[in-house]
Design a protein around this ligand. Structure first.
Ligand SMILES: [Zn+2]
Length: 258
């Protein structure tokens, strides 16, 4: 009996060590979020572990790319009040995906139309659970959010600003990248290492790493083919790269033959 307990304890300890190691490998070596970075009307707000982009879309009107982790939306509201705006100035929230650290403060902005790719709507509305190794441990719960579905390849006009929508499935089924004024926001589809190398989505939080990598390669090819002028790439859990599309090109070259 005592030996059995010891073995059980040892197995539990090994499992905990393995889990800590996986999480450490996931987070170490990432470039940190660049709070306050701003270019072409896109302003990055750090909300704890994740970033939100506040986009000036017209006079006195903003859109958000994602809604952060903090349900009270403190960091977003602080940025709005710096602009002498209140929550009602947010007329659109475009979600990169439905994980809860990207949808936290949606309820703080009742005037906003919430948008996500069609394949992500059920996850955002809480009608289905996420499928990654860690997210799947948390059951689906209705969120009370009503989502307007978007299609891959469309351009959404918010205020006077056009936002390009690109499907990049893999991290989740309906993960989206957005292109605003030359700024490419990749959500959790990718990260940047501290040396500026683009990395695919981390295994432990993602539906399929292979699909994610293929999506990023495909996105790079689409943007190159269309001659899109990208000035900056924004990652939700890491920094901003300002070397045009080159970092994504390098990722694509490394991964397209896999
Ligand atoms: Zn995520």
């Amino acid at each position: 009996m005592r030996i059995a307990l010891r073995i059980l304890g040892l197995v539990a300890a090994l499992l905990i060590i393995a889990a800590v190691a996986v999480i450490a490998v996931t987070f170490l070596g990432r470039q940190s979020i660049t709070d306050g970075f701003e270019t072409n009307g896109v302003h990055i707000v750090k909300d704890g572990i994740v970033s939100v982009a506040v986009v000036a879309v017209a006079q006195g009107e903003v859109a958000l790319i994602d809604a952060g982790n903090d349900k009270s939306g403190q960091a977003i509201l602080a940025e709005l009040s710096r602009r002498q705006l209140g929550p009602d100035a947010v007329t659109a929230i475009l979600l990169t995906h439905g994980h809860p650290d990207h949808t936290g403060a949606i309820a703080m902005f009742p005037k906003a139309q919430v948008m996500a790719l069609e394949a992500e709507v059920a996850l955002v509305e809480g009608r289905t659970a996420a499928r990654g190794p860690l997210p799947r441990l948390f059951p689906a719960r209705p969120t009370g959010v009503n989502v307007t579905p978007l299609q891959d390849g469309v351009t959404v006009t918010v205020g006077e600003t056009q936002i390009g929508v690109f499907a990049v499935p893999g991290h989740t089924a309906g993960s989206a990248a957005y292109l605003v004024n030359g700024v490419l926001l990749l959500g959790d589809a990718a990260d940047t290492a501290s040396d500026g190398e683009v990395k695919g989505a981390p295994w432990i939080f993602s539906d399929s790493q292979a699909e994610d990598r293929a999506s990023l390669v495909g996105l790079d090819q689409r943007l190159l083919r269309d001659g899109v002028d990208v000035t900056a790439i924004v990652f939700a859990h890491s920094g901003v790269l300002t070397k045009g599309l080159a970092p994504l090109d390098a990722f694509a070259q490394k991964n397209q033959s896999r």
